[in-house]
Design a protein. Structure first.
Length: 272
């Protein structure tokens, strides 16, 4: 088995183990009711869903780490709430769980677009980022595979995580370049596993969030992420339409916390 195959399969296994550990104490999934901030405070528990990746939430030796995870902890502690975090790779499943009340908050950076505003209430902006093309650096004799700009994407197959917000941008890009781009949605892997697949030559191109790609570039020196797929966009957390009071409470807390020294240290820890 190739080393890169081991890397992305191991990544998938880590995700599975994390989910099983979180869910193993439930014999069957309880019924949930959509709720807002008063009900959350009454219960004493904040239920958040995030993506398992280097930036948002991940296992680091014997502890859990991640920008979103640590920011969530700070918010929960400030409100005297016990935090329950569920990792979920599918954006569609995160949204479904939020709307039926399984989760109170999507705490992973989600692109703020006109379409996403139809289904979510967004927090104040947490990050700026963009979607980038992940490909291998040009090699002698294989230069024809290297994409220099978006116009060269015609008739190429791009791999993205299933349900990724990047899909809307890719469909718009097809119209902009007036050519066909083949899009392959991958359900079982996240962006970091897609990077491993590109690095190992299993696939040629993937589309990932720039922040996640940058955080993993030291693992894959043969990769290139210099070709932008989207322009710089706003990224934020999302709450359901039925939780406007939660949104107000979160935004008020963010306004104050993002001016603190603790936040500056947290930001520098993950975004150099």
């Amino acid at each position: 088995m190739k080393r890169n195959q081991i890397l992305y399969l191991a990544g998938g296994l880590i995700i599975l183990v994390a989910i099983l550990r979180l869910c193993s104490h439930h014999e069957e999934e309880p019924k949930f009711t959509p709720r807002d901030y008063p009900e959350i405070i009454e219960s004493g528990i904040l239920r958040a869903v995030t993506e398992y990746n280097t930036i948002s939430y991940h296992a680091d030796k014997d502890s859990l780490s991640g920008f979103d995870y640590e920011l969530l902890n700070a918010f929960a502690q400030a409100k005297n709430l016990r935090l329950e975090v569920t990792p979920e790779m599918s954006f569609e499943e995160r949204l479904k769980g939020l709307n039926k009340g399984k989760f109170d908050l999507i705490a992973t950076e989600t692109t703020v677009t006109t379409r996403s505003k139809d289904s979510l209430l967004f927090s104040h902006t947490l990050l700026l980022s963009k979607q980038v093309l992940v490909q291998r650096k040009p090699e002698k004799g294989k230069d024809s595979l290297y994409i220099h700009n978006q116009l060269e994407l015609g008739h190429k197959t791009l791999h993205v995580v299933k349900g990724s917000p990047a899909l809307l941008r890719l469909h718009n890009l097809i119209s902009e370049i007036a050519d066909t781009i083949y899009i392959q949605e991958i359900e079982q892997y996240g962006p970091e596993q897609l990077m491993a697949m590109v690095s190992g030559g299993d696939i040629d191109y993937a589309v990932c969030d720039e922040n996640i790609a940058k955080a993993n570039m030291h693992l894959y020196p043969n990769l290139d992420i210099d070709t932008d797929i989207s322009f710089t966009q706003f990224y934020a957390w999302g709450v359901a339409k039925h939780s406007p009071i939660l949104l107000d409470s979160l935004n008020q807390w963010l306004d104050a916390y993002m001016k603190s020294e603790d936040y500056q240290k947290l930001y520098k820890k993950y975004f150099h």
